[in-house]
Write a protein that binds this ligand. Structure first.
Ligand code: SF4
Ligand code: MG
Length: 340
């Protein structure tokens, strides 16, 4: 596999301050030792309930948050493997533009005082890639590529719907010809009818420009549609990684099974109840002992409260963090063709 991005033992801990002197009394371990490897050209999804650390992982990879620890290695086509933490100014100047982000909320992520043209131009002006006539042409080209019209450049974001605003955000993310786009819940704020249009646009753009996506989402039905591989996060840690097919139909971690059981069933006669996720998501400031999922896990044994299961390869690149992933037979999503 042609690896584009490697994340090694990434940590982002936020200090908790208390009292008059704002002393540090603990840490929220929002991202706690995440390792991932994303291949060139794939859509790699990161899923989990809200607060599991998936957005912070994306933001920390892009250095929108300073990591507490860990490494991010970008494999540039000409420079080779570059460790972003140790890169010099010249390397960073080459690599930074190749990693872009699309945000969840197209209403707050676009500056309402700037025209659409200026919003899209900004990264090109900062990086001095285009100016004058060439800049104008490039803005028109980008608007066309995302299904908008060149004359939209002179209007302001408030003139557009949520779906159109997300297209503007995508145009801006494309401006510097990135390799990787981190899509942070890109359709969660949109109406269901608009979601499919934006997802189809993302797929078209991926094919057209050889893009690699890290696709952050809490919505498994969206992920099943778009992802090649999936990582499941729980309380700051990755607990399962597999191809979309394997993860959905042959899960090896009980938390993934519970998430899948909440998916709508294709067959209305299938009345099996979701493996209810009882109890709350633990606080990353004060996680449980052992396996973080043990207070909610229907399969928990004594060892689970004591020993944290490492994320290990169960074969064929299917990684799971569960003491019993080899012996448990877990239920995956229901395949449409399995419905009698
Ligand atoms: Fe459940 Fe134990 Fe596996 Fe954790 S290690 S998911 S508690 S069976
Ligand atoms: Mg694809």
């Amino acid at each position: 596999n042609d690896v584009l991005l490697e994340v090694k033992d990434l940590k982002k801990h936020f200090p908790i301050h208390a009292g008059l002197l704002r002393r540090t009394v603990g840490h929220v371990k929002a991202v706690d030792g995440v390792s991932l490897s994303i291949n060139r050209g794939e859509t790699f999804a990161v899923v989990g309930e809200s607060g599991c650390g998936k957005s912070t992982t994306g933001r920390t990879i892009l250095r929108l948050e300073e990591p507490t620890d860990g490494e991010v290695i970008f494999h540039d086509k000409s420079l080779g493997a570059v460790n972003i933490e140790k890169a010099d100014a010249k390397q960073l100047k080459k690599i930074r533009p190749q990693m872009q982000i699309i945000f969840q909320d197209p209403f707050s992520s676009l500056d309402s005082r700037m025209t659409v043209g200026r919003i899209i131009a900004e990264p090109m002006v900062i990086n001095r890639t285009h100016e004058g006539r060439a800049l104008k042409d490039r803005i028109a080209e980008l608007l066309t590529v995302v299904g908008m019209r060149p004359e939209h450049a002179s209007r302001y974001p408030h003139a557009f719907s949520g779906g159109q605003r997300q297209r503007i955000g995508i145009a801006r993310a494309l401006a510097l010809n990135p390799e990787l786009i981190i899509c942070d819940e890109p359709v969660s704020a949109l109406d269901v009818s608009v979601q499919a249009q934006v997802l189809n646009l993302l797929e078209d753009l991926q094919n057209k420009f050889d893009l690699t996506y890290m696709f952050i989402s809490h919505d498994l039905s969206v992920v099943e549609h778009i992802a090649d591989r999936v990582a499941v996060m729980y309380v700051g840690k990755v607990v399962e990684v597999a191809s979309t097919e394997q993860l959905f139909y042959n899960p090896k971690m009980p938390y993934t099974e519970a998430l899948l059981s909440a998916l709508p069933k294709p067959d209305p006669r299938n009345r099996t109840r979701p493996t209810a996720l009882t109890g709350d998501v633990p606080s990353p400031a004060n996680p449980p002992s052992g396996c973080y999922f043990h207070p909610r896990c229907p399969y928990a044994q004594d060892i689970c409260a004591v020993e944290a299961p490492p994320l290990r390869d169960t074969g064929d690149g299917h990684f799971a963090a569960c003491h019993f992933s080899d012996t448990l037979t877990l239920k995956g999503a229901t395949k449409l063709q399995d419905v009698p």
